[in-house]
Design a protein. Structure first.
Length: 392
């Protein structure tokens, strides 16, 4: 009964906050594998606010079977069909169940590369005014196993991380945005890392339960050619079906001039995908206090409290575009080895803790306490009813 109430709560967050569905708007729900309970709950929540739910539900074994025989013509037809469907919707929910994270592991590499590139191209084509998209995982047995947790314990963790008061989180993150927006130069120092770059005349955005769930980050572009130094990422990163360890990037005039990892040829091939892949498209700071250890799942890891990600590819401040968008994470929490971020020569965050007195509320333990309290600014539709047991 508790699990059912949490699924309903998650669905309300998706429909009313993440997608902010308006009456008459079409909502495409794209789902994979066994996540029926949340699909059904989202359908009901979209209906409650007057939206029109449209469902596409596919299993990864079915996708694998299709990809194993897919020609370039098949892939192009799929892309054009998918683009046509998306042309008439206002909201998209990507609901990712995952019975086996390695289901697509034996799909030919070239087929997978083309499919991934078309998927990214599809996402870029949807960037139009008023369009809303949210990506969320489903608490599957596979994810639980990946985290070394029982299915029940992981479900408890998942809903604690994802079904929070995002409006309050957004408000708590405003001092973080203000500090970054006023800064011009950033320096990052950590084990194997000494990196500097400019963010002059650029502003960051707060991500609090909109594009991704879980959430809790501020993200921004940087001055493309300003990056100098090197960074060693201490969080493993899964990209294009392969888990990279010990990634180290060296920059000169903004460009990645050397890359090291457990598979150097593979990482070099990714960075050679196009011109923009060797430049940074995003700098982001994670603050989610429910996340303090990695899962080797970017959607979760990039939001970890005390983390940052420095993203090759994407869209750079000068408009350079890339099909690569690789959010690689570095944690500054003490159990990862610590680290420092300085803004305009002044220490701003040390070992994952903000030093500015105006930002103490964002430090992991303080923010955790704030978000766990059912205070007066909780939206009425998010408050548990008297018959529900609060998962918090």
């Amino acid at each position: 009964m508790q699990k059912d109430s949490r699924i309903d709560k998650m669905a309300r967050i998706i429909a009313r906050h993440a997608l902010s569905v308006k009456p008459g708007e079409k909502v495409l729900i794209e789902a994979t594998d066994d996540c029926d309970a949340l699909i059904i709950a989202v359908i009901r929540s979209v209906n409650e606010v007057g939206g029109i739910p449209i469902v596409q539900h596919e299993s990864l074994p079915v996708r694998r079977a299709w990809l194993m025989g897919a020609t370039e013509g098949h892939l192009q037809t799929w892309y054009e069909s998918s683009l046509s469907i998306r042309g008439d919707i206002q909201c998209l929910l990507s609901l990712r169940g995952q019975d086996n994270r390695s289901e697509l592991a034996d799909v030919p590499a070239e087929t997978m590369r083309r499919y991934n590139n078309l998927t990214i191209k599809l996402g870029q084509a949807m960037r139009r005014p008023g369009f809303r998209k949210t990506v969320i995982r489903y608490p599957s047995k596979s994810l639980a196993q990946q985290c070394g947790m029982s299915t029940e314990a992981f479900a408890d963790h998942f809903y604690r991380v994802c079904a929070m008061n995002f409006q309050r989180l957004h408000r708590e993150m405003e001092p973080l945005k203000n500090a970054i927006d006023q800064a011009e130069e950033v320096r990052i120092v950590a084990p194997g890392t000494d990196l500097s770059f400019s963010i002059r005349d650029l502003q960051c955005s707060i991500s609090a339960g909109t594009w991704n769930i879980p959430d809790g980050e501020t993200a921004m572009q940087i001055v493309r050619d300003s990056v100098e130094g090197h960074i060693t990422y201490n969080v493993p990163s899964s990209y294009q079906g392969y888990v990279f360890h010990g990634i180290r990037l060296t920059f000169s005039r903004g460009k990645i001039v050397n890359a090291e990892a457990n598979d150097k040829p593979r990482i070099e091939a990714i960075l050679d995908s196009d011109e923009g892949a060797r430049y940074i498209g995003e700098f982001a700071v994670g603050v989610n206090p429910f996340l303090r250890r990695h899962m080797i799942d970017t959607l979760f890891d990039e939001k970890m409290a005390g983390s940052l990600h420095f993203t090759p590819g994407g869209t750079a401040a000068d408009g350079t575009r890339s099909l690569v968008h690789w959010d690689i994470v570095q944690s500054h929490l003490k159990h990862y080895g610590g680290g420092e971020i300085s803004l305009d020569g002044r220490l701003w965050r040390k070992d994952g803790e903000f030093v500015d007195e105006h930002m103490q509320g964002l430090n992991p333990d303080n923010l955790l306490q704030t978000l766990e309290s059912l205070d007066s600014d909780y939206p009425d539709w998010l408050k548990p009813s008297v018959t529900e047991v609060s998962p918090l």
